[in-house]
Ligand binder design. Structure first.
Ligand code: SF4
Ligand code: SF4
Length: 365
């Protein structure tokens, strides 16, 4: 194109390549769209119900119920029927997999709650309750779980049913479960996380056919994997004195099997939070390890979690999150009060990381 034509051509607008965040307005209840960002106040008339009042006088009630998160189509249809017949056809899911039904008429709240409870969906999870457990994908969707996060959630929430429906904790209690040590369940007041305790067992017959060896070597955060020839075939070997049993090599190379019915355990971590309300965000610390990965009800895990919740409920001051409570009483008192055994493997607060992370090629001090 010559310069004259170039000058005459209208400037072309660059088309965005990314789609961005979808517009959620078309899915919102009309009262929420109308009063978006214009709320005067909100309160909670009872556990599980949020009541918002707009400056213009409009009112909406959000009724929150617990779900099992990974739902079959029949359950989703049932929830949709409840939304159509007992609410106003609009729902939303919270980040902890609770479902909220939004209505603009106070008279609809009680029949909606009655129908949800009758159908097996507990109403609660607001304010100072134990909310639904945020959990990772588990056996259904991810390729590396050492346990089923959603199964642990179902078993545990069955036991914490009453604490979900009441607002009797010192502050809100967020729980999470993660089915491998990558921990995509994130920080929580109490987290249940898989803990592999033995290095992967390598099936040397398969490595050359299945794995890209340089990728696997690069994947190890502590440089414990080396290429090796085993029985005349290209394979890999692990320096077991370096391996920290994280499981990161398993996804790119399934012949490096780390899941093990005996040695893949569960650990409990406490004191994490994402919010900076009243105190800065905090990382969780491990307080119990080596619990059996005992499907389908994980009773040993449930016992430890229920014990921590009960002691926190009895001992914390109003509005103390679990981390604030431990900060006030100190870790020695935490272990004393909960009766959990303290071992040298617990509560790495990273002040010692100069020594225990210096085995890596990636991290140098
Ligand atoms: S915690 Fe691990 S196994 Fe579970 S979904 Fe996340 S990455 Fe996958
Ligand atoms: S389990 Fe983790 S530390 Fe051990 S070899 Fe595999 S990637 Fe490395």
């Amino acid at each position: 194109m010559n310069q004259a034509v170039q000058a005459a051509a209208p400037a072309q607008k660059r088309k965005p390549k990314e789609t961005g965040v979808p517009d959620n307005k078309k899915f919102l209840h009309p009262a929420l769209v109308k009063n978006y960002g214009d709320w005067k106040y909100h309160d909670r008339p009872r556990p599980g119900v949020l009541h918002h009042v707009a400056h213009g006088g409009d009112e909406v009630w959000s009724v929150r119920a617990g779900t099992q998160r990974q739902m079959d189509v029949h359950t989703i249809r049932k929830l949709c029927d409840i939304a159509d017949n007992f609410a106003e056809g609009r729902v939303r899911f919270t980040i902890r997999s609770n479902i909220e039904f939004i209505v603009s008429d106070a008279a609809k709240v009680d029949p909606l709650i009655a129908e949800l409870e009758k159908s097996g969906f507990p109403v609660g999870g607001t304010g100072n309750s134990v909310s639904m457990i945020a959990h990772t994908q588990g056996w259904l969707h991810c390729d590396i779980p050492g346990t089923d996060a959603s199964g642990v959630v179902k078993a545990l929430m069955d036991e914490l049913y009453d604490e979900f429906k009441r607002e009797e904790m010192p502050n809100r209690v967020h729980l999470s479960t993660s089915c491998c040590e990558i921990n995509c369940g994130g920080q929580a007041d109490i987290a249940i996380i898989v803990q592999h305790t033995k290095p992967p067992v390598i099936n040397h017959d398969l490595v050359a056919n299945v794995c890209e060896r340089p990728t696997v070597v690069a994947r190890c955060p502590v440089a414990a994997i080396r290429p090796a020839m085993v029985n005349g075939k290209p394979s890999l070997e692990i320096d077991e004195t370096k391996c920290m049993c994280c499981g990161a090599c398993y996804p790119p190379c399934p012949p490096m099997q780390i899941n093990d019915p005996e040695n893949s355990k569960l650990a409990i971590w406490v004191g994490g939070k994402n919010s900076n309300a009243r105190g800065k965000p905090t990382f969780m610390k491990m307080v119990a390890s080596g619990l059996p990965n005992n499907a389908p009800r994980w009773p040993e895990v449930a016992e430890v979690v229920k014990n921590i919740i009960a002691v926190y409920k009895a001992d914390a001051r109003p509005w103390e999150r679990l981390a604030d409570w431990i900060d006030r009483i100190g870790w020695p008192r935490f272990f004393e009060k909960t009766g959990l055994p303290f071992t040298k493997y617990l509560i790495d607060d990273w002040r010692g990381s100069r020594a225990n992370l210096n085995a890596s090629t990636h991290i140098r001090f």
